[in-house]
Design a protein around this ligand. Structure first.
Ligand code: ITT
Ligand code: NA
Length: 223
């Protein structure tokens, strides 16, 4: 059994499609550190949640990055959804010439152990990934990557190893369409369709979370 640490049932629905293991929503509002780095937020969340949970945990920290605003709202997406709102983000972007954006997510996994003995998955996206996804791949395949080594030497709570998996999807900010999905899905268009117009399966096949989950699921199957 895998605990998905989130207050967002939409994320759990998406994860369930990927994992053979039972995925349970662990509704634990972990303290989100102020950081402009999704990986750092997710890693910190996974460590604090692991201490409160019974078994392995994943935390997924995501954000909407709008090019013309230099990536805003990015790590502050949750706050912006609550304040400006989804429709408001569309109105902010509409007058701009460039509507390009991306969703990104980082999944952080923690089970109290280290990862040295777990084989890396062979060839997920290998050779055909965009620069950003390659970075995700490298991050995921570095068993003692930035989020673990540096923090391990500090000892204490921060010594719990965490493994990170990234996903990214490019798109455009558009006027809201569709009733599916959650969050900013109605204003995020990918290949002519908003995420809110897609089924969970269709969204997973192209989404940031789908990509990160695919990498995670392949690795987790070996664990
Ligand atoms: P947890 O932190 O409890 O998991 P959350 O919904 O706050 O739930 P995030 O901080 O990762 O999750 O998400 C930041 C914001 O981005 C939040 O407003 C989400 O609704 C939105 N978001 C995340 N993933 C999304 C997706 O796949 N589609 C649309 N919006 C998404
Ligand atoms: Na959050």
């Amino acid at each position: 059994m895998l605990n998905f640490v989130t207050t967002n049932p939409g994320k759990v629905r998406e994860a369930t499609e990927y994992l053979d293991d039972e995925v349970v929503q662990f509704d634990f509002d972990y303290p989100e550190i102020q950081a402009d780095d999704l990986g750092a937020v997710a890693a910190h969340g996974a460590r604090s949640a692991y201490r409160a949970a019974d078994g392995p945990v994943i935390v997924d920290d995501a954000g909407l990055f709008i090019d013309t605003f230099d990536g805003f709202p990015g790590p502050y997406s949750s706050y912006v959804e609550d304040t400006v709102g989804v429709e408001g983000v569309w109105r902010m972007t509409e007058p701009e010439d460039d509507h390009a954006a991306a969703f990104k997510t980082v999944i952080a996994y923690c089970d109290g152990g280290d990862f040295a003995a777990t084989p890396e998955p062979g060839g997920v996206d290998r050779g055909e990934s965009a620069p950003d996804e390659r970075r995700g791949q490298d991050l995921a395949s570095d068993e003692r990557g930035a989020a673990t080594t540096d923090e391990q030497v500090q000892g204490g709570e921060e010594s719990l190893p965490v493994k990170l998996f990234e996903g990214r999807v490019p798109g455009e900010i558009v006027a809201p369409r569709g009733d599916g999905g959650f969050g900013f899905d109605p204003i995020f268009e990918h290949d002519g369709t908003t995420f809110a117009e897609m089924s969970t399966e269709e969204k997973n096949a192209v989404s940031h979370r789908g990509r990160a989950l695919a990498k995670f699921a392949e690795w987790y199957a070996e664990r």
